[in-house]
Design a protein around this ligand. Structure first.
Ligand code: PBG
Ligand code: ZN
Length: 340
């Protein structure tokens, strides 16, 4: 009896006992290389050109689209709870605003530039990022300017996108985040910012690895930005395109990106991991997109998952994969759930 017990212990490799490492709540926190904190969160805001709007978006639970007059009242409690950063998306609702060049994107009276001004005035310390794209403002709903055959006119698109980015920075945006995925726009934006003497105070956060897929539906409802014909498969990356993602990451790094976004997030953790090697010297941002957020809510409603637990599990996954920032519709909930 005594001998058998002794043998058992002897046959156990000392290194095979792991439970000593995580048997206490504090130890479980010590096991994370990076802990979720409020300063990592970037909250998406949809701002329309209807100044008094406050409309729930059916496919995006708890998220509303606001007019500039309603923004501050909504954000005040969030900022008080520790929200540090937002990313703005403009939504022109008025008829006759859209054209083939996306002229309204940087209209000084439009929702983004007006939104920047209102937020800057009311929340001087809030870090304001702006999504830069043309799809919300083009009559055809594509992310750039088109050639007569309906494909992307790269040169005109990147020139227009760079001009919009510079105008957002001029209006007071701290960060410009081009989501169009058209080749060469980072270089063009950087050059534009340098010429405008704004490069030293503007962070260029590139959506470098943005995949074309089925997870942007609720966003397109909120932003009214679905293409009227065709899809975005010739500029957003194909879901299986790991090599293309690596090339896009290297390219944007070389063109001067200050940070990079991997989007969507949950389905692309391998890319996030690789990005944190390829772009090791830049902050990596995960974008937990509208479809992922809506899926988790739907699963929670069905009783398949617990919303808070799954929100932590998914977002901890991004940090584990190498992200340092997260654009997330869960930001208001995390401000409640996190201590700091
Ligand atoms: C605009 C843009 C999109 C998203 C961010 N910027 C939509 C798209 O590319 O169709 C999606 C974000 C989300 O789904 O939450 N190009
Ligand atoms: Zn777009």
């Amino acid at each position: 009896m005594h001998k058998a017990e002794f043998l058992d212990i002897d046959q156990t490799e000392i290194s095979s006992v792991l439970a000593g490492g995580y048997n206490h709540p504090l130890l479980r926190e010590w096991q994370s290389e990076r802990q979720l904190s409020k300063n990592m969160l970037i909250f998406p805001l949809f701002i329309s050109d209807n100044p008094d709007e406050s409309t729930p978006i059916e496919s995006l639970p708890n998220i509303k689209r606001f007019g500039v007059n309603k923004l501050s009242e909504y954000l005040k409690p969030l900022v008080a709870k520790g929200l540090k950063s937002v990313i703005l998306f403009g939504v022109p609702l008025k008829a006759g605003i859209k054209d083939e060049f996306g002229t309204a994107a940087d209209d000084p009276e439009g929702p983004v530039i007006q939104g920047i001004k209102v937020l800057r005035e009311n929340f001087p310390d809030l870090y304001i990022a702006c999504d830069v794209c043309l799809c919300e403002y083009t009559s055809h709903g594509h992310c750039g300017v088109l050639l007569p055959d309906g494909t992307i006119d790269r040169e005109r698109s990147v020139a227009r996108i760079a001009a919009v980015a510079v105008n957002y920075a001029k209006a007071g945006a701290n960060c410009v985040a081009p989501s169009d995925m058209i080749d060469g726009r980072i270089k063009e934006i950087k050059r534009g910012l340098i010429n405008a003497k704004l490069a030293h105070k503007t962070f260029v956060l590139s959506y470098s690895a943005k995949f074309s897929g089925n997870l942007y539906g609720p966003f397109r409802d909120a932003a009214c930005s679905s293409p009227s014909a065709g899809d975005r498969k010739c500029y957003q990356l194909p879901p299986a395109g790991r090599g293309l993602a690596r090339r896009a990451l290297k390219r944007d790094l070389n063109e001067g990106a200050d940070g990079i976004i991997i989007k969507p997030s949950t389905f692309y953790l391998d890319i996030m991991r690789e990005a944190s090697d390829i772009c090791a010297d830049l902050p990596i941002c995960a974008y937990h997109v509208s479809g992922e957020y809506a899926m988790l809510h739907a699963a929670a409603e069905k009783g398949i998952v617990d919303l808070k637990t799954i929100a932590f599990e998914s977002h901890q996954g991004f940090l584990r994969a190498g992200a340092r920032l997260i654009i997330t519709y869960f930001a208001p909930e995390f401000l409640e759930w996190l201590d700091n």
